[in-house]
Design a protein around this ligand. Structure first.
Ligand SMILES: Cc1ncc(COP(=O)(O)O)c(C=O)c1O
Length: 481
């Protein structure tokens, strides 16, 4: 199923790398030993006891040191939406490498200006609003910049709403917006913990409604907070909320790829407008056509005041990130020079890759391709669900899909089973036809029982079929019923 050419690329690139860059042949066990001695485990999740050691990549595939192909169904948490080593984006990056790879961000280069123009124009087309683009590196840093922008615009108001299950980063400030206490427990508070509101996770509705009979109780309960000053949110005399903005992910990502019911965000947004609260749309994981639109918020009929983006902006070649904000909030006399600064913000390798990404989006009709592929994968998963009592829920929007693993009752979360399937997937020994494969999955969800699928938007139909077969093999191997 893996084209022979891909196998060759993996084999030769790993040999070439070894020959050129290392005089010594590294053995996996030696590398694991060095890792356990010299690498901090605090900078990543370290889910797997012995994570695979990868050596090369192409399209939807990662290859380990032996050349075993792993079909990647999470693509670096959506940082590589357009396939590993995408030729067009890589070429633009490499060309920049040989012309102007380094430049202090106080000076200008055309790729920065053209990239900002391209994102601002595309966003104006999506929402009809004029705005500007502000760059940084890393998703959490861009979220931090958005906090500064909001606090500045709202004259120092520092309290925010965010969703239960939301994820906006793990720096000290963004940990206040990310709902899990686990990320704050060891470090105390840096600023102000957000007020966390239930996300419309319809499969396990907080208000015990069902999707088919939804009365939007979640929005009603949220609006009740503004009923009297004694609920601690609203000053009726001053006609003012203590909270500045609501941070949303239109489709909750790390929380488990949950799709809100159709009117949820229009109703919520009406409440926010009534009480003068800004809407910040975190598109770091769901942006750049993961759901079939440039911004996932476009599915839900809302107009954000601020949009934060990162990851696939450069298809994972460079940690460039940024935000878009309405002109009135970000024009230079409101948000003046030096409001934020980072040496590497708008670095030329990042802006060149970003510009090539925007060009790639113009040349490929992802608005059509992504929903078609997503529907194909979802229908395969629904068929699988019919035969497997351990799959409680499957759903998807574009190529962001979820599989929720449960006990055979179809509802009780089964975290252990999910973990076993994940661990078996990365062993790299799933037999299909005459070959052995690995499967790279990501586990999310409130109960750590949801596979959040984010394949390359360039995934082929053969690769989607292969995934369904490999996942089916894993379910059998792990004793699913
Ligand atoms: C929705 C969302 N916001 C923010 C972040 C933080 O981005 P980074 O990991 O680049 O700091 C992530 C990362 O997964 C994310 O998914």
């Amino acid at each position: 199923m893996v084209p022979a050419e891909l196998m060759k690329i993996a084999y030769y690139s790993s040999r070439e790398k070894r020959g050129k860059m290392r005089s010594q042949e590294w053995k996996r066990q030696d590398l694991y030993k060095l890792e356990s001695k010299y690498c901090s485990y605090g900078d990543t999740v370290h889910y797997a006891a012995a994570p695979p050691l990868f050596n090369s990549c192409e399209g939807s595939w990662l290859f380990d040191m032996k050349g075993t192909p792993y079909l990647d169904m999470q693509m670096w948490y959506s940082a590589v939406n357009f396939g590993y080593r995408n030729k067009e984006i890589e070429a633009a990056h490499n060309l920049q490498m040989s012309t102007l790879p380094q430049l202090a961000s106080q000076y200008l280069h055309k790729e920065k200006i053209l990239l900002a123009t391209s994102i601002a124009k595309a966003t104006q087309k999506s929402f009809g609003t004029k705005g500007r683009i502000h760059f940084n590196v890393g998703g959490a840093q861009a979220v931090e910049d958005s906090l500064k922008l909001i606090r500045n615009y709202k004259q120092g108001k520092s309290l925010m709403f965010a969703f239960m299950g939301g994820y906006h980063g793990r720096t000290l400030a963004t940990s206040e917006l990310t709902s899990s206490f686990r990320y704050r427990r060891r470090f105390g508070h840096f600023s102000n913990r957000a007020y966390f509101v239930p996300f419309p996770y319809c499969f396990r509705c907080f208000y015990e409604e069902t999707r088919s009979k939804c009365n939007y109780e979640c929005v009603k309960q949220f609006e009740r907070l503004f009923e009297t000053e004694y609920f601690g949110i609203w000053d009726m005399k001053g006609n003012e909320a203590e909270y500045a903005a609501f941070y949303i992910e239109p489709m909750q990502a790390t929380g488990g790829y949950m799709i809100p019911p159709p009117e949820y965000f229009t109703r919520l947004s009406a409440v926010l407008q009534r009480y003068g609260i800004l809407l910040v749309d975190d598109e770091i994981q769901m942006g750049f056509y993961r759901t079939g639109k440039l911004w996932a918020a476009e599915h839900f009929g809302i107009k954000p005041d601020v949009i934060v983006f990162a990851k696939s902006l450069t298809n994972g070649l460079n940690p460039l990130s940024g935000l878009w904000a309405r002109e009135e909030m970000i024009s230079p006399h409101v948000f003046p020079p030096g409001s934020t600064h980072s040496t590497f913000s708008s670095n030329p390798l990042g802006t060149a890759a970003g510009l090539a990404t925007m060009e790639y989006l113009r040349n490929n009709d992802f608005e059509t391709i992504v929903p078609e592929k997503g529907a194909y994968l979802l229908s395969g998963l629904r068929k699988m669900q019919e035969k497997c009592r351990n799959i409680g829920d499957v759903d998807g929007l574009g190529l962001a899909l979820r599989i929720e693993m449960t006990k055979p009752d179809g509802f009780t979360p089964d975290r252990k089973l999910t973990d076993v399937i994940f661990q078996e997937g990365i062993k790299g020994d799933i037999k299909f036809g005459s070959k052995k494969y690995g499967l790279v999955l990501d586990v999310g969800g409130y109960y750590k029982n949801a596979f959040t699928l984010a394949p390359a938007l360039t995934i082929t139909y053969d690769e989607m079929d292969l995934f369904l077969n490999l996942f089916g093999e894993l379910l059998k191997r792990c004793g699913c019923q």
